[in-house]
Write a protein that binds this ligand. Structure first.
Ligand code: LLP
Length: 416
């Protein structure tokens, strides 16, 4: 199984009981399924079939080198947003020619390095960025491949912090300015117009917003053709959601691809996509142990050893993650628990009102923690970042060791 499931009353990921992982590595620990990651990437790749396409995994979702390397071995491209992500991709064996570079604030040094590596494309978000890339390309004597990220002004129907395709958001070039910006770009000697791009948000659970955005882009494309601006690819961004709750239904990569191919019709453009969460989100979990139970007049609290610094999504977006007992029967008396961490913030919780049988020492799995979980973790409260382990059948591999206390202050120094 690539989703956690119970065998003989113990929660397992692939063929390994999570009790064994906790014994080997301690807790908290992030645990991922190799099979689940590969299966999801292949689902995207397969869904687009013979239509020319490139799946560019969004590195920010989970940037561990081992995971990037597994995807590179499958032939994946990568969507990056910083030079740090670029160096990770290269270190993991990714091909620079399959890298697209997104983000509103690319620095000069980042653009220079990306040009030097020969990335596939810059997804440009403003006229000022376009001018900067043109300058750098001219100075280096190369042409920079560029796609303009257009803001299609569609409502993705997702959490406001992760909606990016509305005209009030900081992302992309205003739809009404897009044609003029293309014509301007076409006159710049350092720019080679390669594509058109949009990304409307994340954790989108319906196809309609994607279709609306694509249709707007196709309208713009027709105008470009009239002005003799020809491009080779259309990048539809990332954003396909995942089910966080068992009863949630979300379009799968096959539904998504069928809609996109149908909307494109006869157009022979290459399709680039940038899925992050849909590839790794449900391939990982955070394993944590109950330290204390605490009861007051209003609540039952299970204080666990993981906290908001390890998994920020519940605190930041009020996101809901499934929390499963590793021992199916649980231990102790059943109560409705708030699962909270040791960090000194009331907002430090992983889940609220969960009916569980717990006692100190019980192990819990916080599910759907493969995306935007480890990658958003921090050292807040001087808590070392935890280990990451990849399960492959019955084998397990440490893919990032836990930080030591020494690591915590190794970059700091006191005054002379
Ligand atoms: N492409 C661009 C330009 C993006 O900004 C993003 C995500 C993606 C692709 C990948 O989107 P995905 O397929 O993973 O939805 N921290 C938030 C999510 C932030 C997403 C940021 N951009 C969360 O935990 O929900």
């Amino acid at each position: 199984m690539t989703q956690p499931d119970y065998r003989d009353g113990i929660l397992c990921l692939e063929d390994l009981p999570l009790t064994a992982i906790a014994e080997s590595y301690g807790t908290p620990v992030y645990v991922y399924s190799r099979h689940a990651i590969e299966q999801q990437w292949q689902a995207f790749d397969r869904a687009f079939g013979k239509h020319p396409h490139l799946v560019c995994y969004a590195v920010k979702a989970n940037s561990n080198l081992a995971i990037l390397n597994l995807l590179a071995r499958l032939g994946s491209g990568f969507d990056i947003v910083s030079v740090g992500e670029l160096e990770r991709v290269l270190r993991a064996g990714g091909e620079p020619g399959k890298v697209v570079f997104s983000g509103v604030g690319k620095r000069r040094d980042e653009i220079e390095r990306a040009l030097e590596c020969g990335i596939r494309c810059f997804n440009v978000e403003s006229i000022a960025e376009l001018e900067r890339i043109n300058d750098i390309a001219n100075a280096t004597g190369v042409k920079a491949p560029v796609s303009l990220r257009v803001n299609p002004d569609v409502d993705a129907g997702t959490h406001p912090y992760i909606a990016t395709g509305l005209k009030e958001n900081k992302f992309g070039i205003d739809f009404s300015d897009a044609l003029a910006t293309y014509l301007e770009a076409a006159r710049m000697p350092g720019i080679e117009l390669a594509g058109i791009d949009c990304h409307i948000g994340s954790q989108i659970t319906e196809l309609a917003p994607f279709r609306d955005a694509l249709q707007r882009l196709l309208g713009l494309l027709a105008q470009l053709e009239e002005h003799a601006v020809h491009i080779r690819h259309i990048d539809i961004g990332g954003g396909l959601g995942i089910p966080y709750e068992a009863q949630e239904t979300v379009p799968d990569p096959a539904d998504y691809a069928a809609m996109i191919i149908a909307t494109l019709g006869e157009r022979k453009l290459e399709i680039i996509m940038e899925p992050g969460r849909a590839i790794v989100g449900n391939a990982g979990l955070l394993l944590t142990r109950v330290e204390y139970l605490k009861h007051n007049q209003a609540h039952h609290f299970a204080i666990v050893d993981a906290a908001m610094n390890d998994l920020l999504r519940p605190s930041l977006y009020d996101a809901w993650h499934g929390i499963l007992p590793v021992r199916e029967q649980g231990d102790g008396r059943e109560e409705s628990y708030d699962i909270v961490g040791p960090v000194c913030e009331t907002g430090d919780f992983l889940g609220k009102g969960r009916r569980l049988r717990l006692q100190p020492g019980s192990l819990l799995a916080v599910c759907s923690a493969g995306a935007y979980a480890y990658s958003m973790s921090s050292n807040y409260n001087s808590r070392p970042r935890v280990s990451e382990v990849l399960i492959d059948g019955a084998a397990h591999h440490l893919i990032r060791r836990q930080e030591s206390l020494e690591d915590l202050f190794s970059h700091e120094q006191t005054l002379p």
